[in-house]
Write a protein that binds this ligand. Sequence first.
Ligand code: AMP
Length: 425
Amino acid sequence: MNNTIDLFSKINLIEPLQRAITATGYTKPTPIQQLAIPHLLEGRDLLGCAQTGTGKTAAFALPILQQLAHGGRRLEPRQARSLILTPTRELAIQIFDSFKNYGRFLRLRYAVVYGGVGQGAQVQAVRGGVDVLIATPGRLLDLIDQRCLSLRNLEIFVLDEADRMLDMGFVNDIRKIIAMLPQQRQNLFFSATMPRDIKQLADSMLTDPVTVEVTPVSSTVELIQQSLMYVERSRKGDLLRHLLKNPKFQRVIVFTRTKHGANRVSENLEKNRISSAAIHGNKSQGARQRALEDFRSGRVRVLVATDIAARGIDIDNISHVINYEIPNIPESYVHRIGRTARAGAEGIAVSFCDAEERAFIRDIEKVIAQPIPVDISQPYHSEDVANSRLMSKGKAKAAIEGGGGGGRSRGGRRGGGRSRRGGRR
Ligand code: AMP
């Protein structure tokens, strides 16, 4: 590794970005950031073999923001200057949040578009033109078809999670989108795996790219002691309180899938005199800040968070991560548990799994390439849950892909693909 750039201050980033990095709490660039940012700042194309969890979002977001801020081009109505194409709505929102966070001291405009929701607000968001557009393929094409948006002036194009895109049947959409882009542009291509069809797609898109490959996420995961607890949904609160009787659970993050769930869990803990705070998107910035401060200082022992709210939080010495609800995106699991093994420290992650969540666990085990050991010694262990039938994969996928597809006009085709996939497994 190149020691000369092991500090952010040594990468040639402009002051407003350095300030945002400091405010986010990052001190050192991750390997992919060290390797990619200098080349991207020079305008090179990039082929990145990297999974989520490696810091890849900042690796592309920071240099993109810098180039857009420097370029100083005027925005034109309905035009995007950069496009990040990503397979799912959840990832799109996460990337959008990252851009807003890293770009908070710049005067740039960001928008995110994805399917599964009304398009009015999205049309409005791109009407005046945007510097950064994050999109899932279906909705993007819908908006272009309706002339609400054009990619004619695009300067930078990022294809994120290419392997997952192809897996989800987006190849034709991607080709269509690429065909609309101007010849002169910078291209970034990210994929966790590089089978032949992905490599071919990359070759067709990139010009003389720098190739960057970083250690798969599983190496971080290996440092974490993980366990799985099968439990009826109605007993999860009891199980949580049981675990928290152990003083070793000193500084704990509890993850839920929804904001509502986060509130409920936190209120329940408070009722049982366990100090806790919830953070999620519905809380004001001030309330989130206070909750984080209380947690950081140790005044509050348990932080209950949703995935999105927890992004960008950098708190050391977290003793345990508890997945009160299992995430439906496997990468979120990796993100979540990674909170407890910062800077090479060992951590402990416990996952509460009810009958409906078993399909999610199977996906997660594929991504981390290892089974999660089941703890049957805990008092709320449920054999019924352990032996319950797996929910159909199609149903789980549908939940994940909620935003991946386009509007209704495109839904039929993609819906068909989903159920075929669902049926096979
Ligand atoms: P990503 O692979 O982009 O999804 O990022 C994974 C996680 O690492 C996110 O929670 C980021 O907030 C966090 N992260 C990214 N860059 C850094 C850094 N340089 N130092 C510490 N955390 C980081």
